[in-house]
Design a protein around this ligand. Structure first.
Ligand code: CP
Ligand code: NVA
Length: 308
């Protein structure tokens, strides 16, 4: 890709991801210390296309643009008809002459690839059925803030081998973390993604199994996400039954080392994949993690739209 896009962590060089994280920490510190940020994106406009609902992604991107002196346009699921009312290449061409960047949340990942291929401006993945790279980078930021490092830490992901898990495994591999995943049989990460990350990351310590207790045994971070992702509502009853043994609760947390902390990308379905006691407890970083979406989004936008 000749222009800068943020569609996939696997395709973004490690140095670039590292740079984004560094800027995120710096902008956060500046904002907390002074209550403001430099107007790095003055006069810039971000188009935000949503085919699915959102709280964090929408608010963090829009607030990030405003903090940096720019603006954002929210395009709701009913408005644009990406690929139905208008072809994806035509949407990309039109927006390229009007705004400075596109952030899109879509069902089919291919739509992001097509948007990026036909836009002359940066395109950012705000979640697809395949991946959620902005979330994984905010997660790394949160882990680094808490532990003071990433390299050598072990993250145990408990639950569905979904879009969030797929981005997390790449993020962990690229930053020298170890990865454990415990899923019900049939809900593992897809082989192709795992083979790609194993082939491109020398010495990556990766274990995929089915026992959550085994997965958390040497974990520094426990991570979970909903058992029913957006678009999977028809499978809800079946999924809730299959995933029941995969809840992060006090008993599972007790099987992890004393330093282990808990992350969840949110929204959380309390009482299903995670209990109130854990998410509201002293070992939860969940709300700091949500807030870091804002700080990471600022860094990403400053780097991509202002070449910071
Ligand atoms: N974690 C996350 O992406 O949240 P939203 O779906 O609310 O944007
Ligand atoms: N896996 C979830 C993540 C939500 C942020 C979903 O795709 O619905």
């Amino acid at each position: 890709m000749s222009k800068l896009d943020f569609i996939s962590l696997a395709e973004t060089p490690h140095e670039v991801l590292h740079h984004y994280l560094d800027i995120a920490h710096r902008l956060k510190q500046q904002h907390l210390a002074t209550g403001r940020n430099d107007p790095l994106l003055a006069g810039k406009m971000l188009a935000m296309i949503f085919e699915k609902p959102s709280l964090r992604t929408r608010v963090s991107f829009e607030t990030a643009m405003v903090h940096l002196g720019g603006s954002a346009i929210y395009i709701s699921p009913n408005e644009i008809g990406l690929g139905t009312r208008e072809s994806v290449p035509d949407v990309a061409r039109v927006l390229s002459g009007m705004v400075d960047g596109i952030m899109a949340r879509v069902f089919e990942h291919q739509k992001l690839i097509d948007l990026a291929a036909h836009a002359s401006i940066p395109v950012i993945n705000g979640l697809s059925d395949y991946s959620h790279p902005c979330q994984a980078m905010a997660d790394l930021m949160t882990i680094e803030e808490h532990f003071g490092k990433l390299k050598g830490l072990t993250l145990a992901y408990i639950g569905d081998g979904n879009n969030v898990a797929r981005s997390l495994v790449v993020a962990c591999a690229k930053f020298g973390m170890n990865f454990r995943i415990a899923t019900p049989p049939g809900y593992e990460l897809d082989d192709e993604s795992v083979q790609h990350i194993m082939a491109t990351t020398q010495g990556f310590d990766f274990v995929s199994a089915h026992d959550p207790h085994e997965a958390v045994r040497d974990a520094d971070v426990l991570y979970t996400d909903t058992w029913v992702s957006m678009g999977q509502e028809a499978e809800k009853a079946q999924r809730l039954a299959v995933f029941k043994p995969y809840q992060i609760n006090d008993e599972l947390l007790a099987a992890a080392p004393a330093q282990a902390m808990v992350l969840h990308c949110l929204p959380a379905y309390r009482g299903l994949e995670i209990t109130d006691a854990v998410i509201d407890g002293p070992r939860s970083l969940v709300f700091a993690e949500a807030h870091n979406r804002l700080h990471f989004q600022k860094a990403l936008l400053a780097a991509m739209l202002a070449h910071l």
